[in-house]
Design a protein around this ligand. Sequence first.
Ligand code: 5RP
Length: 230
Amino acid sequence: MTSLKQRAGEAAAALVEPGMVVGLGTGSTAIFAARNIAERLRAGGLRDIVAIATSRATEAAARELGIFLLADDIPREIDITIDGADEVDPSLDLIKGGGGALLREKIVAQASRREVIVVDESKLSPRLGTHWALPVEVLEFGWRSQARFLQSLGAAVIPREVDGVLFRTDQGNMILDSRFGPITDPTALSAKLGARAGIVGHGLFIGIAQDLFVAGADGVRHVRREGPSA
Ligand code: 5RP
């Protein structure tokens, strides 16, 4: 049976046209877009695609799928990026970073003309922070100071571990999962986190997504951001 994640990923992949530079997102939804692109390349319906991966894991998957990858330094403008999200609010602002790839995902998103988000309907949220802790990527040096800073902003903070081992991002940094509860002013919080030395990235994606493909029991809905994006 086709999953909702697959439906969302494949619907968004239909936006990819011959000759495009494509950002490949990270996670169990975005991978369906990559697989669909690879299938169309194999079938000859799509050609001249070059891609940039948002994580080492996606890079490995794209290689296996036979998608041509650009070098890590993003030498060209990216036409479209298709990525997942952990929480999406009604303005198409996001929490990302469940897979720990938030920093590369944001770098690629900000270099993209069109950032397209693919989710199943469980990711929709009235207010960011309602369902998900905010991942904050920090340098190991001084990380306890960043944890105290996040606590002073109202978060319950847990250093991310996987199978009892401290998680490391592709950059070798730590993730502090910071549970704020519903965030009243994500833009103000994003600015505070962005101004703090030692915090190298965070999962608030404000004004970045232009399109959302959300799959539910009634099919896939395509929502576009209203007004200019950041
Ligand atoms: C990785 C991400 C993912 O896109 C996000 O966690 C959603 O993943 P999934 O599609 O597996 O639910 O931000 O850093």
